[in-house]
Design a protein around this ligand. Structure first.
Ligand code: C5P
Length: 399
């Protein structure tokens, strides 16, 4: 329940993406928020007030002269009660009005009267989005402190292909949740490894492990919520990339190593959550190895993989490095020793491998001062705590 106790004004303007706003309203309610929908006249042409009322359990406001508000000032009352105003979809028209302070209907007046953060999710034809007037308006709104989510690129309702689609409701929800997180990593680049690696034996077989990637993906999402640019180097997982994170997909440990080394120069933080295979087959067969009837089982000769974390930590000017240690016993002893061996300032211990694949976890932090629990719970909640711990340890310049 990421939005428990939050009150969101969801303003829906006149674009075909208004149908996605209905799904967004449902997701916001599911995440624990109370949602007050404001509909423009053009928005109501696409989706009716009854749909939003049913989804949010609250009557919709669509008129500046609404008499339901005691003092007759719906534009003021609605934003005072809100924690965040979300305009989704935001047409070129509403962006233009908001950028210029025009107030000629309930929504535009509410935006001018608002003393709350406002997040716009633009949606329009790609030429309209690329038009210098829209570019100026968006730049002005950002200058004024507004948050802009998207737009995404792809197929448009008009049949054209390009940038201007409203961000999908699931992704928009992530941006809305992020709007409430402190921006403790703003201006930083965070490099994260996640998931298992897969070491090929032949074209159909390989060595891998049970890592789901969930902890690393949660760290990537939490770092992005904290305002960082995030590069996620991921082994094979079934997880969708967190919104706004650059995901680079790899298979083997060697590929993960090469990709990390190519990216690490721009990172101020490196978080190694991946369960990297320690060994790979000495020989990768080009053809599937055949089973011989009655023949002996083959012997698999292995060679060590490079240690990505230790290599990054040993660079002349390394980023702030965070390692993970999954231990099945004597966590404190093994994790503290591992931190020294890998020469990293911070190591996160968890009592694995039972935590693999689960949504919750129990973590312990190890640093030069000793160790203490980070807590137990949802992996995203723990990842946010870890991000806060990393942020306080960074020097102002980052490296
Ligand atoms: O040595 P061990 O695998 O127990 O260390 C775990 C930590 O080191 C994790 O942070 C893991 O991502 C990282 N690691 C790595 N490259 C390896 C092995 C582990 O980055 N080859």
């Amino acid at each position: 329940m990421d939005l428990q106790g939050k009150h969101i004004v969801l303003a829906v303007t006149g674009g075909v993406a208004a149908y996605k706003a209905a799904e967004l309203a449902r997701l916001l309610v599911k995440a624990g928020a109370t949602v007050q929908v404001v509909l423009t006249a053009a928005g109501a042409r696409f989706v009716g007030a009854a749909t939003f009322q049913a989804l949010t359990g609250r009557p919709v406001f669509d008129d500046l002269w609404d008499t339901r508000v005691g003092n007759g000032m719906a534009h003021i009352e609605l934003t005072r009660a809100a924690d965040l105003v979300v305009v989704a979809p935001a047409t070129a028209d509403v962006l233009g009005k908001a950028a210029h302070g025009i107030a000629d209907d309930l929504l535009s007046t509410l935006l001018l009267a608002s003393n709350k953060p406002v997040l716009f999710a633009p949606a329009m034809n790609r030429e309209m989005w690329g038009h210098p007037a829209t570019r100026r308006n968006v730049a002005q709104l950002q200058d004024d402190g507004a948050l802009i989510s998207g737009p995404a690129a792809g197929e448009q309702a008009c049949g054209e292909v390009g940038e201007g689609r409203m961000v999908e409701p699931d992704d928009l929800l992530q941006d809305i949740v992020a709007a409430f997180q402190p921006k403790v990593l703003s201006g930083r680049t965070v490099l994260v490894t996640a998931g298992p690696t897969f070491e090929a034996i032949d074209p159909v077989r390989g060595l891998t492990n049970r890592s789901s990637g969930k902890m690393g993906y949660a760290v990537a999402r939490a770092a992005r919520e904290a305002g960082a640019r995030v590069v996620l180097v991921s082994g094979p997982t079934a997880l969708p990339a967190p919104h706004g994170v650059q995901r680079l997909e790899v298979t083997s440990a060697q590929e993960m190593f090469d990709t990390v080394m190519a990216q690490v120069g721009s990172a101020q933080v490196f978080v190694a959550t991946a369960a990297v295979a320690d060994w790979r087959p000495l020989q990768v067969h080009a053809q599937k190895q055949k089973k011989q009837d009655g023949g002996a089982a083959p012997t698999l000769a292995l060679q060590p993989n490079p240690d990505i974390l230790a290599t990054v930590a040993a660079l002349p000017a390394p980023p702030f490095c965070v390692g993970f240690a999954a231990e099945s016993e004597n966590l404190a002893e093994h994790a503290a020793a591992k931190r020294l061996r890998k020469k990293v300032p911070l190591l996160v211990g968890n009592l694995g491998p039972d935590t693999f694949g689960r949504d919750d976890n129990q973590l312990e932090l190890f640093d030069a001062d000793g160790h203490r629990p980070l807590g137990r719970g949802d992996k995203l909640m723990l990842a946010r705590k870890l991000v806060a711990e990393i942020a306080v340890r960074l020097t102002p310049s980052g490296r």
